[in-house]
Design a protein around this ligand. Structure first.
Ligand SMILES: Cc1ncc(COP(=O)(O)O)c(C=O)c1O
Length: 477
């Protein structure tokens, strides 16, 4: 064992050794490095020397500390790949027509032969399957008869209490009566659009936008005004303000925390600015927050709804990304549209499934949800990081990719001449599916973009990304 000298440079030399090991891939991106105690033993240096070395590496972006877990190697994505450009969609409203592409994605998403990088499905290993199944069994016993009744809008009170408590963490001071249970986020969006729009109306949206929302807009016969976004900060509020002056915008849709496909998070100041802008024009804001719990930072970001003084913001949440997509449970805080939304929900399907409402309420109340979220946030952050570094490693130089601050999707800008639909077909032949950029715009904006689902990362996926990189390199020639 080495004896420690008091040299102030000792921690630097330890940091240099670790950097060299990271550069040589001895410690790989996403991997946990030895704990402070282990490293101190291995190197024969004091704990404080190791702590200083780790702090230096953290400040330089080589490693990151994860609470109660240890230190992990970070991909230095920032220095290796630029972000996609700020989007600049067409300035006129467009009619949406994406059903054929959407059906193609849906069909391929069920093929077990394919490596699934297409739909934004959560990693099944990160769903609390056992716990939620236990909660379902318990609820079935405890509410043997009630579990088979409708729960008319606004839905199960016990669940609304839990949802109101979660919303408080995102800055909303709302009562359980301010929420209504829905069958997932998609139904919530459908109801909101039903309540405030009529066919032919114009709806302003972030561009790119999750294609499920684009399809709902298509079904409603709405015209879409695509507003530019910054890949990290989301919607450009100034551009929206300008668009509102020249178009009779009937509603605005944003995914303020972790846009799909950008992974962007609107800074809180911008959220406030947006809510105030729309309040001045009396325009409703539909805020989709289905990824809100999957943040990578220390703190739950606020939602636009927390700045809403006029009841114009309809906040949509769902448990599809973090508990179970199949249970089909979500919610809306509908603000001033409460009565209309409850009537619509009652008219369309009377009630969302009853047993899952009891089970989810119990799971959250028992503390299981919080515990589970703490784990999966770390895992998703790690997988996004790992997939980002694989994209950088295997795709041709010059690709650009997002730096999501939550969620689990990556948005990749390919060289200009690489058409994402052509790539989709070639990838399919190589047994890989992905989401071509076209489906995220009503006006064919993102021909050379793809979205990758980074919920899972393993050897097989890494090899698929390598194949994809080779296909792209060939297409670029
Ligand atoms: C932004 C966004 N909203 C809504 C949904 C669908 O939510 P749900 O399954 O709860 O209807 C998804 C699923 O990919 C999504 O990405």
């Amino acid at each position: 064992m080495k004896t420690e000298t008091n040299s102030p440079l000792l921690y630097r030399s330890l940091a240099d050794t670790l950097i060299s090991l990271i550069e040589k891939d001895t410690y790989r991106v996403g991997e946990r490095i030895p704990s402070v105690r282990q490293m101190s033993k291995q190197q024969g240096v004091s704990i404080s020397t190791v702590l200083q070395a780790y702090l230096l590496l953290e400040n330089q972006g080589w490693i990151e500390a994860r609470p109660q877990s240890g230190y992990y190697v970070r991909a230095k994505v920032r220095e290796q790949a630029p972000e996609p450009e700020i989007s600049s969609p067409v300035k006129d409203p467009s009619q949406v027509s994406l059903h054929e592409l959407a059906m193609m994605l849906m069909r391929d998403s069920t093929d077990p032969e394919l490596v699934q990088l297409g739909l934004a499905l959560p990693n099944p290993n990160y769903l609390p399957i056992e716990k939620i199944n236990q909660a379902l069994t318990k609820a079935a016993k405890r509410h043997a008869v009630d579990a088979h009744r409708y729960i008319v809008p606004p839905g199960l009170e016990e669940l609304r209490v839990q949802i109101a408590k979660r919303a408080a963490l995102a800055g909303c001071q709302l009562s359980p009566n301010d929420f209504m249970i829905t069958s997932g986020g998609l139904e919530a969006m459908d109801l909101c659009l039903h309540a405030v729009c009529r066919p032919g109306d114009i709806v302003a949206i972030e561009s790119p936008m999750y294609f499920g929302t684009l399809q709902t807009l298509e079904v409603h016969g709405l015209r879409v005004l695509e507003i530019p976004t910054h890949p990290r900060d989301g919607l450009n509020v100034e551009a929206l303000s300008f668009a509102i002056q020249y178009n009779p915008v009937r509603a605005v849709i944003v995914i303020s925390n972790f846009n799909n496909p950008l992974g962007s998070q609107m800074p809180d100041e911008k959220k406030k600015e947006l809510v105030e802008l729309l309040a001045r024009h009396d325009i409703p804001l539909i805020e989709n927050n289905v990824y809100g719990e999957l943040y990578f930072g220390e703190k739950r970001p606020l939602v636009c709804k927390s700045f809403d003084k006029k009841g114009l913001v309809m906040l949509i949440s769902a448990f599809s990304k973090d508990i179970s997509p199949g249970l089909r449970i979500g919610s809306i805080a509908p603000g001033r549209y409460k009565t209309e939304l409850e009537w619509l929900k009652f008219t369309i399907n009377t009630s969302s499934p009853t047993l899952p409402q009891y089970a989810i309420a119990d799971f959250i109340e028992s503390g299981g949800y919080d515990h589970h979220l703490r784990r999966i946030r770390r895992e998703y952050a790690r997988n996004v990081e790992l997939m980002s570094s694989a994209v950088i490693r295997y795709f041709p130089s010059g690709v650009r990719l997002t730096r999501p601050s939550g969620g689990f999707v990556l948005w990749v800008q390919l060289p200009e001449n690489v058409d994402s639909l052509e790539l989709y077909k070639k990838a399919l032949a190589a047994k890989i599916t992905l989401a071509p950029g076209y489906v995220f715009s009503a006006s064919n904006q993102y021909a050379n973009f793809i979205r990758l689902n980074a919920a899972e990362f393993n050897y097989n996926i890494e090899r698929s990304l390598e194949k994809l990189g080779n296909i792209i390199k060939e297409m670029r020639l």
